[in-house]
Write a protein that binds this ligand. Sequence first.
Ligand SMILES: [Zn+2]
Length: 228
Amino acid sequence: MRTTWLGEGLSGLIDLLLPLRCAGCDAAGTAWCRGCSRELGGLRYVERPLLDPGLPVYALGRYRGAARRAVLAYKESGRRYLAGPLARHLAVGLRAISAEHRLDHAWWLVPAPSRAIASRRRGGAHMTRIAHRTAAELAASGCPAAVADCLVTARGAADSTGLDAAERVRNLSGRVLVRTGRLPPPGAQVALIDDVITTAATVASAVRVLAAAGVGVAAVLSLTATAG
Ligand SMILES: [Zn+2]
């Protein structure tokens, strides 16, 4: 615990000491510039063989260029202050999904699960932090929102980098687990949020285990998605 606290403190201090530069294009004086914001300003429908075509699954941008650099800077390089700008994009996307699909504007956000070991290395579950910021953004714009941090990836799930779709499903099958004490309340309108959709194996497993626990997912929104 002490190491985590120290890590959090050091990372916060380093954030303060480094001159601010855009995570997408390195422009000075901003964490995420207006030009790069456009890379996460869309709402693209994501189709994957593993996904139920009836489920609205969207990404705000392609996993390339500035958007990819921002996701990696947040997730892997400890630039936690990017949680705010990235959450604002997700909040805009969720409001657009509500309008597009005539859904309620109140959301329960379920962050995609991280592997425990990766969370420890990163000083906390990175999507959980973004989910809380997104809920705050939504609430500030008059859309009630809450977070149900109810998914974990069990020990045994290997890093999925470099695996193909079938291998990812095998890797994750049975390893995305529900923490039943943290489920959203019955009847809640649930959005699963993620940072990057590649094969969608994580999303598909998460939707399946939530359904088994009696929780339907109304929409999935990812910051980015790969080309296919
Ligand atoms: Zn930029």
